[in-house]
Ligand binder design. Structure first.
Ligand code: IPE
Ligand code: IPE
Ligand code: MG
Length: 246
């Protein structure tokens, strides 16, 4: 059944080069099982493995996952602690496989806010997978889109103040080049799990023309087959970019 889905994805040809995912619903997954929220986050780790492998199989080039937002720092300390522990556990457990699969991992966000141990783990995974050429996996942690845009403005202003940049030359490309995602094309497809219909301060600039796919599936239940379903839905969309249909 899911092999048939993958075959259809591949037959159609236009696989989105870049997929972004808001991985949401871990807390509700735990609540329906009368478990504390961190159990939902732990269960969500297997869904990360699912989408990485599903993206590799489908030929997606860039996968950007929203794992922890700048606003999530306002959650209770125990939940944040559990998430940071899981991040380190994920890195310890997955580094070898990610490397063997040709996945290049990058963490995007204000990494200076991470504790020393999480920061070291994050740096280690980026270093160990840097040569990967099959899939770029961006994991957004301590990430907020407005903060990212504010940082870009600050960087551009500093270049202008130093006389290295003429303000008249600041165009859309210049802004894109100063975002954490500078090395990547904009996402073609945004997936949000758990049914919420909002962006929650994720990639506001980069998602300008992304196709949006919202599923009620909670993140820990999300599988590679769900990813391929979302790609099939994308393949049936008509992207017009403001122009008229052909
Ligand atoms: C997403 O799941 C993971 C993070 C935001 C860290 P949530 O923890 O937001 O789960 P819900 O939305 O409460 O179900
Ligand atoms: C968005 O989910 C952030 C991540 C998935 C990491 P939230 O659960 O934090 O978003 P809101 O609060 O429902 O908008
Ligand atoms: Mg949520």
């Amino acid at each position: 059944m899911s092999d048939e889905l993958l075959r259809q994805v591949q037959l159609h040809g236009s696989v989105p080069a870049h997929i972004a995912i808001i991985m949401d619903g871990n807390g509700r997954w735990a609540r329906t099982r009368a478990l504390p929220r961190p159990f939902g986050h732990k269960a969500g780790m297997s869904a990360v493995r699912e989408v990485v492998e599903g993206a590799l199989a489908a030929g997606v080039e860039v996968l950007t996952l929203f794992a922890f937002s700048q606003e999530n720092w306002q959650r209770p300390a125990e939940e944040i602690g559990a998430l940071m522990d899981l991040l380190e556990e994920y890195i310890t457990r997955e580094t070898q496989d990610l490397r063997a699969q040709g996945v290049a991992v990058r963490f995007l966000g204000d990494l200076d806010r991470l504790g020393p141990s999480a920061r070291a783990a994050v740096d280690r995974l980026m270093e160990h997978t840097a040569a990967g050429s099959k899939l770029a996996l961006n994991i957004c942690i301590s990430y907020g889109s407005r903060a990212e845009l504010t940082r870009a403005a600050r960087l551009l202003a500093a270049e202008a103040a130093a006389g290295r940049l003429d303000p008249a030359e600041i165009d859309e490309e210049a802004i894109s080049r100063h975002l954490y995602t500078a090395a990547f094309p904009d996402p073609d497809l945004l997936i949000r799990t758990s049914g919420e219909l909002r962006l929650s301060n994720f990639l506001l600039w980069q998602l300008a023309y992304a196709e949006i796919f919202v599923t009620s599936v909670l993140w820990p239940d999300f599988t590679r087959a769900h990813l391929w379903e979302a790609i099939r839905a994308y393949q049936q969309r008509e992207r017009r970019f403001g122009k008229v249909s052909l």
